[in-house]
Design a binder for this molecule. Structure first.
Ligand code: G6P
Length: 608
């Protein structure tokens, strides 16, 4: 979704803003713009489409200056266009503003402003904030911002430059992330960490309705009542290279290739050298683990699919009931959840609007909240009672890959820890499983080393119109993620079905040439999956089987077989996801799709 970057310091801000916008492009956008103080005026440059269009515009009409703000817009109010692109100004160009989020009461404020003579040029809710600030402004930017802030409803992150004090950037937010940092004689704001990494690793997240005032000499923070506050600095240890593409053609491929490493980093945080769990890293002690009746897991998108697999792990190993829901459904549903119950959200970014809202509802109800999250300092990691961090590092491609893997690793380890504390598995059994688990990076690497096989398959199959992923048990949960990966980046219609459910309707869609990917990593269910493969094969489908080690039966029921190293059935999904991600990747590349930034999608969905 939209991205914000702002700079004030000694350098020319234009390349810095453009750099920042490029590093935020992964969030998804459809226009971009900057406002720069050139020494005498706030100069705006805005262009519909890719950041390259803005670059071209800046080459044709250059501007430079020591302070400025920039934005990538993902249209919500008003179509993607030059006029609707940010920054926006008020009619008198008192200020320039960039905004992420949605001002829910913008119509009401707009009517008031129109009645008072304001003339609007765009269709955006953001211009309403610009005009509102301009309308109230009498020379005191801070007072004006506080006054306007009291009127705004919805979600927003705002960065503003007033022409009267152009080397200062005013920032505030509500329910939309905003992070600031001070480097050597320069201050920077952005909506996401990667834009700051080149300048500083010591950052502060602005919290709801706080105001940050950025000057080249430093940053001041104020609470919602206008009192100055001290804020804790958070050190980000992501290295700059990990947020860059290096020699890879796409971030997605780079991030898939980083999975064995992300696995080790996450595993090492929760597992001691002697293959025992670091049991105090989990949000329950033995008594609590035994007393639990259920865990409710809530999340969106890929993180929801991680939750579906987590349910299978926890129910199977710890014999504990798990309910999984989509955050946007949970928050508006009947909240049948009691005080003190365990409630878990899963979120890579820690900023997904629906997941945050669900977490807040659960807190209101008095639940014991926990989060599986990849970003330190994010809203979700701040607000949950306990955080189980994933150690995927920055994930830039819109399609989640290594973040999903690290989520399911953490959920797997939660299942083992609960199983041990609830007396469902002995310490020795857990250690044996952890030892086997430690071999997974090597098994994953083998898949990566043989990726040409998948590339070749994709080169023959990219014209396929429908792909069905089928599986039973854990494989069904995995199929859901495999299908999402494929549709989101290749735009090929793909669906996941519990293999046994196919014949209750969906089998009607199978025709000559449909591709069916049968995930068959669970030996005790293979015979059942074999029947389902046969049902589609005889109806003309091209069947690809993904198996856990060799499975003799596969050849008779499928046209193609891919194997991962043989391993305990519960561990197989952790490895089998990699060929599925590679399949989606190569099909999308074959079709010439924009792999890292698929159409209409955003990395971090910060609006409902
Ligand atoms: C968007 C992204 C997905 C992600 C989902 C949840 O839809 O495109 O990749 O799975 O949001 O995001 P979260 O940051 O909460 O895991």
């Amino acid at each position: 979704m939209c991205g914000i970057v702002g700079y004030t310091g000694e350098k020319n801000c234009v390349p810095i803003l453009m750099n920042g916008l490029t590093s935020l492009a992964y969030r998804g956008y459809d226009s971009a713009g900057v406002a720069v103080w050139d020494g005498s005026d706030l100069v705006l440059r805005k262009a519909k489409g890719k950041i390259e269009n803005l670059k071209d515009l800046l080459e044709a009409s250059p501007v430079s200056g020591k302070s400025g703000i920039g934005h990538t817009r993902w249209a919500t109010h008003g179509e993607p266009s030059d006029v609707n692109a940010h920054p926006h100004t008020d009619s008198h160009k008192t200020l320039a503003i960039v905004h992420n989020g949605i001002i829910e009461n913008y119509q009401h404020i707009k009517s008031m402003l129109v009645k008072n003579g304001c003339v609007f040029v765009s269709e955006t809710d953001t211009e309403v904030v610009a005009q509102l600030l301009g309308y109230y402004y009498r020379g005191n930017a801070f007072a004006t911002l506080k006054q306007a802030l009291a009127m705004l409803e919805g979600s927003f992150a705002l960065a503003i430059i007033f022409a009267d004090d152009p080397e200062t950037i005013y920032c505030t937010c509500k329910d939309s992330p905003m992070v600031v940092g001070h480097g050597n004689g320069e201050s920077i704001v952005a909506s996401d960490i990667p834009a700051l990494l080149e300048y500083t690793r010591d950052v502060c997240f602005v919290q709801d309705r706080q105001i940050a005032i950025l000057r080249k000499s430093g940053i001041e923070f104020y609470d919602e009542f206008g009192a100055e506050i001290e804020k804790e600095t958070l050190h980000v240890d992501w290295d700059i290279e990990s947020a860059k593409k290096g020699n890879y053609e796409h971030f997605m491929m780079k991030e898939i290739c980083e999975e064995p490493d992300a696995f080790r980093k996450t595993y090492d945080q929760y597992v001691a050298k002697d293959f025992t769990l670091k049991s105090d890293r989990f949000p329950w002690d033995e008594a609590r683990a035994k007393a639990l009746d259920r865990i409710t897991i809530v999340s969106c998108g890929t993180a929801f699919h991680a939750g579906m697999l987590g349910k299978k792990f926890i129910e199977h190993m710890a014999k504990l009931r798990v309910d999984v829901d989509i955050a946007s459904e949970f928050r508006y549903g009947d909240l049948l959840i009691d005080k003190g119950e365990a409630f878990m959200v899963i979120s890579q970014s820690g900023e997904t609007a629906d997941t945050i809202a669900a977490l807040r509802k659960a807190k209101e109800l008095g639940c014991d909240t926990m989060a599986v999250c990849n970003v330190t300092g994010s809203t979700i990691s701040r607000e949950a009672n306990h955080v189980l961090y994933t150690y995927a590092g920055p994930e830039i491609a819109v399609a989640a890959t290594k973040s999903y893997l690290t989520q399911i690793i953490v959920l797997y380890l939660c299942a083992l820890d609960l199983a041990q504390k609830r007396g469902e598995m002995t310490q020795a059994q857990v250690t044996e499983r952890l030892k086997e688990m430690s071999k997974l990076p090597a098994a994953m690497q083998k898949v990566l080393d043989n990726k040409e096989q998948i590339q070749f398959f994709a080169s023959r199959s990219f014209a396929v119109k429908h792909v069905f992923f089928i599986g039973r048990g854990m494989d069904y949960a995995l199929a859901m993620e495999a299908a999402l990966k494929l549709k989101e980046i290749s735009y090929i219609h793909s669906e996941a079905y519990a293999a046994g459910e196919l014949k209750h309707g969906t089998i009607a869609l199978i025709e000559e040439g449909s591709l069916v990917v049968a995930l068959a990593t669970q030996p005790e269910l293979q015979a059942k999956v074999a029947s389902n493969m046969e049902e589609v094969r005889v109806r003309g489908a091209h069947v690809l089987a993904v198996t856990n080690g060799p499975w003799e039966g596969a050849a008779g029921h499928s046209h193609e077989q891919w194997q991962i190293d043989q391993m305990d059935a519960t561990l197989a999904p952790l490895c089998a996801i990699i060929p599925m991600q590679l399949l989606a990747y190569y099909l999308a590349v074959q079709k010439g799709c924009s792999v890292d930034q698929p159409r209409n999608l955003a990395k971090s969905v910060t609006v409902e």
